[in-house]
Design a protein around this ligand. Structure first.
Ligand code: 13P
Length: 250
């Protein structure tokens, strides 16, 4: 099964209107449809309409950094999947560790967001991963199992046919401390095996990205691991040269 790698920039809460336009223009000039990797960017909500215009009929995917667990109504501060579709989004990150840890999003809430994304034709990028404490306690697999179970209970394992998973060990996010290739491959292989037990074909075609201090210097080795199908890139995606170098490392 050939999986086309995917490299997605998560801009988080960074940039100005002008700086994002310039960044996108620079990224566009360095990406071509024939590249080995598919490329996406997840912009802050307010930049999405303009980004969608710039990306129209281009080969770069556009994503949001979260999506509401409801379609419409009195949910102050939330943005729904139909709204994101209307404004041209293809992807939505759900369950990023910053949402889980800083904003208290539970496994159940993340699962509900994931399901809404799928219901409205967005591809969810489901983030899973353990904290340093959990890893040191030997709880890594149990934590990831719990994160996945909530999604499988609500949306079914088969929903992964239209989703992407990103393994982001919390201790490697924004810390400059990358997981070793062995640590990454171990978890990615575990994820694929676990899904394969229930849905072998979906597991074989599922893209599992790694995120956490991916840089131009380490991207090639990380992406070279058999179960790593690209990356979710934070800080290094804010600089076109670094991001493109990572995209071309595939
Ligand atoms: P960094 O690449 O800055 O570590 O962030 C990773 C991340 O959180 C991507 O979603």
């Amino acid at each position: 099964m050939v999986r086309r790698p995917l490299v997605v920039g998560n801009w988080k809460m960074n940039g100005t209107r002008e700086s994002r336009k310039a960044l996108l223009a620079d990224i566009l000039s360095g990406v071509s449809e024939t590249d080995s990797a598919e490329v996406g960017v997840c912009a802050p909500f307010v930049f999405i309409p303009e980004a969608a215009e710039l990306l129209e009929s281009k080969s770069i995917l556009l994503g949001a950094q979260n999506v509401a667990d409801e379609d419409e109504g009195a949910f102050t501060g939330e943005i729904s999947a139909p709204m994101l579709r209307e404004f041209g989004c293809d992807l939505a990150i759900v369950g990023h560790s910053e949402r889980r840890l800083l904003y208290g999003e539970s496994n159940q809430l993340v699962a509900a967001r994931y399901k809404k994304a799928l219901d409205h034709g967005l591809t969810p990028i489901l983030c899973v991963g353990e904290t340093l404490d959990q890893r040191e306690q030997g709880d890594t697999f149990a934590v990831i199992d719990g994160q996945l179970a909530a999604v499988f209970d609500l949306a079914g394992v088969e929903s992964l046919a239209n989703a992407v998973i990103a393994y982001e060990p919390v201790w490697a996010v924004g810390t400059g401390r990358t997981a070793t290739t062995e640590q990454v491959q171990e978890i990615h292989e575990y994820l694929r095996r676990k899904i394969s037990e229930r849905e072998p074909e979906i597991s074989a075609s599922l893209r599992i990205l790694y995120g956490g201090s991916v840089k131009p210097e380490n991207a090639r080795t990380l992406f070279g691991m058999p179960d790593v199908d690209g990356g979710l890139i934070g800080e290094a995606s804010l600089d076109a040269e670094s991001f493109l170098s990572i995209c071309h490392s595939v």
